[in-house]
Design a protein around this ligand. Structure first.
Ligand code: ADP
Ligand code: MG
Length: 720
């Protein structure tokens, strides 16, 4: 995708030469009135036209009865009239050939079916006219670029100019965010409250900000996704250029549906969002506070090239807290180079701690702190510097120390980030930024600094990784599989489990090996067992029976035809007792070695197919050591999925156990992903377990199920 200065028409909204405020009331406390007064007060550089049918003049400006009545070109119209009047105003805007609309008014898709229909009609009108529209139901837009100074919101807060772009899906929260940004002395480039996202979506804004020269960091406060698969395509391209930080609300709200496969049981909306962000390289923070802590770092400092942190502190405790928080998040505090230690020793008091963290034991001498920082920051073993300062005495002048830290930071190579932890109620963090190096982020606690640094490091690692490749199926393979699926869905009206034989053939066709199995009636088990070869596993097949071992439907370790026969008869009796009619059984070759993993697929109504990989076996839901990704999954994703499992060490050979064929596991993930792309009807799939054999020997699936949704049964797919 070419992201070279693509504006998508968003510039008509954020960079207008003229703005009409429709519903510009003379009352300053009305929404229209306050938007007009904000445009005026914050010094919008273009022309402003209040639209008010009953006034000659509003806030000192000539008012017009309609946008068409202005008689001059209007780039942006901000609409704050009652919901009943909006459609008519939009018609007027279309006639007046405005280029952008911001609809503040609420009462649309968020509130009623009627509102939804109205929103749809308006959307059709603006699309037909080639107008871009933000909202409805939003707080407005803001652009601090001096060329525009556009505050088309109803909040009186005008944040400082800066390089952070913000999208907020919540109007009320947008206000708080702007307030907070101002309090933290962070600067923003532009802010868009997207409301119902009828036209302009998060995806449009990502593309716009990716090439916006004023924006270096993008923050997203999201409550829902309109088109997550488009986001999955766009976001990685954007993230390669600038960091995107997101908070997605409603983490816990997702209830997991009654699900019949392991894969579906472990998925939730939150899991899908997590997978999406992870594979797109979007940094997800737990809280808004974390979001701003991280933004403060990324907006002012370079991304650390490595994980090695050098710490200068004047108090032991916070130094330890910082070290712990760093290590818990994948950063480290290495020993400093001998030259650095010698140089430090030459001027630090004899009782100072020389092992990283460098502990200045209570010193509040700005020159000492400055020198220590300079040396640590220039140490070749160090990628990032954190300075912690607690005023030891009431007489300490934090201002002087802050200025000293600013000077120290200036002497550290520019490619290494510097953070301050200024633990003082009298803190003067602004003064940290008086050095040549400019703004240095200041944190209230060591953990905040560590969180931000670790996230920035992760982001840097993500950005460095090569672009991954997904796998696609050979056309011949696809044709074979399509034939099977087409035959099965022909008469189906609702989702169904694919017969075991079909599953076996499909796996075989895509190149995933499946334990030799034969489906037979009970009286044929002995001959079947001789065909698959001993040792044998016997598995129950009955309608509606999904988790076989739950009901004694799996018997392992059968060594002779007689044992297989006896086991089959016993199984039939046992299942009959609990009302299950054993129709057939699966006679399967037992795979004794191998590490049990699982690979699965489930379909989210909004996010589409999600692939899951994790530790396998009958306890997967209990252990829940799994990683999810949206399809198509490429090789880097597959590697990361495996690496992030707690059970990853098993594959490397744990406690004398043989290692597993990681490569085969990755290939299987890629093939399942390709299968999902080729077969959109594939609703759920469980390969649980797959037995991962030692390196070079591949893997074998011993239990496989696929659930298919006939193309017409989309509704069933949604409600499932
Ligand atoms: P279900 O998941 O329906 O309970 P499975 O076919 O997965 O039934 O079998 C349950 C467990 O039995 C598996 O997790 C695995 O540990 C073991 N098992 C099943 N089939 C085989 C096999 N062919 N070789 C070795 N172990 C097997
Ligand atoms: Mg199983």
């Amino acid at each position: 995708m070419d992201l070279a200065r693509r504006t998508n028409g968003i510039d008509h909204i954020l960079c207008p030469a003229s703005v009409a405020v429709v519903g510009a009331s003379r009352k300053l406390n009305s929404i229209g009135g306050s938007i007009l007064s904000n445009l005026l007060q914050d010094g919008f550089t273009g022309r402003i036209y209040p639209i008010n049918p009953t006034a000659e003049e509003v806030q000192g400006l000539k008012a017009y009865p309609s946008v068409t009545a202005v008689g001059e070109s209007v780039d942006l119209a901000v609409i704050a009239v009652p919901v009943k009047a909006v459609e008519q105003v939009v018609d007027d805007c279309v006639r007046a050939r405005v280029k952008g609309l911001v609809i503040i008014t609420a009462g649309f898709a968020e509130s009623s079916a009627e509102g939804r229909a109205l929103e749809r009609r308006i959307l059709e009108k603006v699309r037909a006219a080639g107008i871009r529209m933000v909202g409805p139901n939003c707080m407005g837009v803001l652009n601090t670029d001096r060329k525009y100074r556009l505050n088309a919101t109803f909040t009186p807060i005008y944040p400082p100019e800066g390089n952070i772009a913000i999208l907020s899906q919540s109007g009320a929260l947008g206000l708080t965010i702007l307030d907070h940004v101002k309090a933290l002395n962070l600067g923003i480039s532009s802010f868009v409250s997207v409301g119902n996202k009828a036209d302009v979506s998060g995806n449009d804004l990502l593309i716009y900000w990716a090439s916006d020269p004023n924006t270096d960091v993008i923050l997203l406060y999201l409550e829902s996704f309109g088109n997550p698969r488009k986001f999955a395509r766009i976001a990685p391209e954007v993230v390669r250029q600038k960091p995107v930080i997101a908070v997605k609300a409603g983490r816990s709200a997702a209830g997991s549906r009654a699900a019949s496969s392991h894969s579906a049981a472990m998925a939730s909306l939150d899991v899908a969002v997590g997978a999406l962000f992870e594979q797109a390289g979007v940094i997800r923070t737990e809280t808004l506070e974390d979001m701003f802590d991280l933004a403060a770092l990324l907006a002012t400092q370079p991304v650390p090239e490595g994980p090695c942190v050098g710490v200068v502190t004047n108090a032991g405790g916070p130094g330890i807290l910082l070290a712990d928080a760093c290590e818990a998040r994948g950063l480290s505090l290495p020993q400093l180079a001998p030259d650095t230690v010698d140089a430090l020793r030459a001027f630090l008091p004899p009782h100072a701690g020389m092992a990283n963290p460098i502990d200045l034991v209570g010193s509040d001498d700005p020159a000492l702190i400055e020198r220590a920082m300079t040396l640590v920051g220039n140490d070749p073993n160090i990628d990032a510097v954190v300075v912690i300062f607690i005023p030891p005495l009431l007489t300490t002048r934090p201002e002087d120390v802050a200025a000293g830290i600013g000077r120290g930071a200036a002497a550290i190579p520019r490619y290494k980030p510097v953070q301050g932890v200024f633990m003082s109620a009298l803190s003067k963090p602004e003064l940290l930024s008086t050095g040549e190096r400019g703004r240095i982020p200041s944190y209230a606690f060591p953990e905040n600094a560590a969180m931000a640094l670790a996230a920035a490091y992760q982001y840097g690692q993500w950005r460095k990784r090569p672009v991954g490749r997904a796998c696609t199926l050979d056309p011949v393979v696809t044709a074979t599989i399509r034939q099977i699926i087409d035959a099965e869905v022909e008469n189906a009206t609702k989702p169904f489990w694919l017969p075991a034989t079909d599953v076996g053939v499909i796996l075989d066709t895509v190149g995933i090996s499946y334990a030799r199995s034969i489906e037979v009636a009970i009286d044929e088990v002995s001959s079947a067992s001789e065909q698959v070869g001993f040792p044998v596993v016997l598995k129950a097949i009955a309608p509606g029976l999904v988790h076989k071992s739950d009901v004694g439907g799996v018997v392992l370790g059968l060594e002779t035809p007689q044992e297989v026969r006896d086991a089959a008869i016993r199984m039939r009796e046992q299942l009959a007792k609990i009302g299950i009619q054993l129709e057939k059984v699966l006679v399967q070759r037992e795979v004794r070695n191998g590490i049990e993993m699982m690979i699965g697929l489930t379909t989210d109504p909004v996010f589409g197919p999600l692939l899951v990989c994790g530790m396998g076996g009958v306890h997967v839901e209990l252990i829940k050591d799994v990683a999810f990704r949206l399809t198509p999954v490429h090789d880097r994703d597959a590697e990361e999925m495996i690496a992030q499992l707690k059970s990853a060490p098993l594959l490397r050979g744990y406690r004398g156990g043989p290692p597993g064929d990681r490569h085969a596991l990755i290939q299987t993930i890629l093939r399942i992903s390709a299968l999902a792309e080729a077969v959109p009807e594939l609703l759920e799939l469980d390969l649980n377990p797959v037995k991962v054999l030692p390196p070079g020997q591949g893997l074998v699936a011993v239990d496989a199920r696929m659930r298919i949704c006939p193309p017409g049964a989309v509704e069933a797919r949604r409600t499932r």
